[in-house]
Design a protein around this ligand. Structure first.
Ligand SMILES: [Zn+2]
Length: 154
């Protein structure tokens, strides 16, 4: 059986129509953001847990985003610390099988658990083209977990 498809991309490339309630087997639109803005929440069915910063990583994310946004962005150190923290956790999750197709579950935006993330679903962030996004760092872990990971194209 071929690996199920999972698309990663920018929320700006989602269709502008609201998704409505998810039908039983249809692909899902999910945020992969710790703090999705309102417009992203409206365009998505829910969230993909584990894909974004959580706990103490939130502070590292804020430092990394501040460094990236600064006109004096002269050191990658905060960015590297942030991605290293995420990757260490994703490694543990990948080894434990938590991110595997059929196992990894999505949630409503309020965190209420739902069923497994469906083949063909899309995970989005709001990074712009050319920005280093955590989804690019997540992709190899998802491939190891058994997903066929592709980039969402408009
Ligand atoms: Zn991003």
């Amino acid at each position: 059986m071929p690996a199920p498809l999972l698309l990663l991309g920018s929320a700006a490339d989602l269709p502008a129509d609201l998704p409505g309630p998810p039908s039983p087997a249809a692909p899902l639109r999910l945020t992969a953001m710790a703090r999705p803005p309102t417009w992203v929440r409206r365009l998505t069915h829910g969230s993909a847990p584990h894909a974004c910063a959580e706990g103490e990583e939130l502070g590292l994310m804020d430092l990394a985003l501040a460094a990236r946004a600064s006109p004096l962005f002269t050191t990658r150190a905060p960015v590297d610390r942030y991605f290293a923290a995420l990757e260490a956790r994703w490694e543990t999750l990948a080894v434990a099988g938590v991110l595997a197709p059929g196992v990894w579950a999505w949630t409503w935006h309020d965190g209420t658990a739902r069923g497994p993330i469906r083949p063909g679903s899309v995970l989005v962030c709001t990074c712009r083209t050319g920005q280093e996004c955590h989804l690019g760092h997540l992709a190899p872990f998802l491939m190891r977990a058994g997903w066929d990971v592709r980039r969402l194209r408009r």
